[in-house]
Design a protein around this ligand. Sequence first.
Ligand SMILES: *[C@@H]1O[C@H](CO)[C@@H](O)[C@H](O)[C@H]1NC(C)=O
Ligand SMILES: *[C@@H]1O[C@H](CO)[C@@H](O)[C@H](O)[C@H]1NC(C)=O
Ligand SMILES: *[C@@H]1O[C@H](CO)[C@@H](O)[C@H](O)[C@H]1NC(C)=O
Ligand SMILES: *[C@@H]1O[C@H](CO)[C@@H](O)[C@H](O)[C@H]1NC(C)=O
Ligand SMILES: *[C@@H]1O[C@H](CO)[C@@H](O)[C@H](O)[C@H]1NC(C)=O
Length: 243
Amino acid sequence: MNCVGKTFCTFVLLTVTVAMIPMDNIRVYKIAGSSVNLTCGDISRVDLVIVIWKIRPRTGNHCQLAYRTDLNKTGRTNCSERMDWKSSPDTDSALQIRQVTLTDEGCYTCETFTSDGTFIRTYTLTVLVPPAVTLTCDSKGTAVCKAAAGKPAAQVSWDPTGDPRTELENHTDGTVTVLSIYSSKETSITCLVSHPAWNTSQSKECTSDMFLQCFTICAGLLGIFFILVFIFFCKRHCGRICC
Ligand SMILES: *[C@@H]1O[C@H](CO)[C@@H](O)[C@H](O)[C@H]1NC(C)=O
Ligand SMILES: *[C@@H]1O[C@H](CO)[C@@H](O)[C@H](O)[C@H]1NC(C)=O
Ligand SMILES: *[C@@H]1O[C@H](CO)[C@@H](O)[C@H](O)[C@H]1NC(C)=O
Ligand SMILES: *[C@@H]1O[C@H](CO)[C@@H](O)[C@H](O)[C@H]1NC(C)=O
Ligand SMILES: *[C@@H]1O[C@H](CO)[C@@H](O)[C@H](O)[C@H]1NC(C)=O
C-alpha cells in the first residue's frame, strides 16, 4: 500500500479491517473434557502474511498465538498448554483446544492478514457439563431426583406427571444442582432428566416398596393371630386332646 500520510494509512487500514469483520459470531458448544478445533475459514494460504489467534476467556488471562509466514515463526503469550495450533501453522491455521474446561469459555478470534486484506472470524465457546443423576425414594412415597452440577441446569420431569417441588443450587463455577421433590401414591414413578449435553433424556425409576411393607406387616400380624388362636385352642382343649 502506497500511503501518503500516517493518518491516511491508519484510516485505510482501519477501513479494511472494519469492512472485513463479519457480523456473525459463531457459537460453539462443547462438552467439558472433549476437544475442539476452530478454523480461520477458507482463506488462501498463498498470500498469507500473519495469523493471530486472540483468546479472551470470560475469566482469566487473555492470550495469543501468532504465526508469521515470511519468517516461518510462531509466537505465543501465556496461553494454556491445552491450546495450540492443531497441526503445523505453516500448513494449517486451525486452533485446537484439548480437554475443554469451564474456564475456557469465552471468545476466540482468528485474524488472518493476507495481501488481499484482513479476515476475522470469531467464535464464542460455551462449555456444557452433563449433570450426575440420582433418584432416592423413601417408604412414604417421596422421591427426590437430583441432577448434580450440570451446566446449564437440567430439566427434570416425572412420569406420571405431578406437581414436584424444585430446588436450585447455584455453584460458583457456573454449574447448577437441581433437586426435584415429588410425592406420589403410585407404585412406580420415573424421573426424566434432559440436558443439552445428552441426545436423549436419562430416566430413573423407583418402585415404591409401600406394598411390600404393607404385605410384610399384614403377614406378620396374621401370623401372630394364628399363633394366638392356636394357643387359645390348645389351652381350651388341653385336657381332651393335647395332654
Ligand atoms: C481436531 O484435530 C485433530 C488433529 O487433526 C484430530 O485428531 C481431532 O480428532 C480433531 N478434533 C475434533 C473435535 O474434531
Ligand atoms: C500472562 O499472565 C500474567 C499472570 O499470570 C498476566 O499478568 C499477563 O497479563 C498475561 N499476559 C497476557 C498477554 O495476557
Ligand atoms: C517451518 O518451520 C517448521 C519447523 O519449525 C518446519 O517443519 C517447516 O517445514 C517450515 N516450513 C516452511 C514452509 O519452511
Ligand atoms: C440461581 O441462578 C438463577 C439464575 O441464574 C436464579 O434465578 C436463581 O434464583 C438462583 N438460585 C439461587 C438459589 O441462588
Ligand atoms: C448425538 O447424536 C448424534 C447423531 O445421532 C451424534 O453425532 C452426536 O455425537 C450425539 N451427541 C452426543 C452428545 O451424544
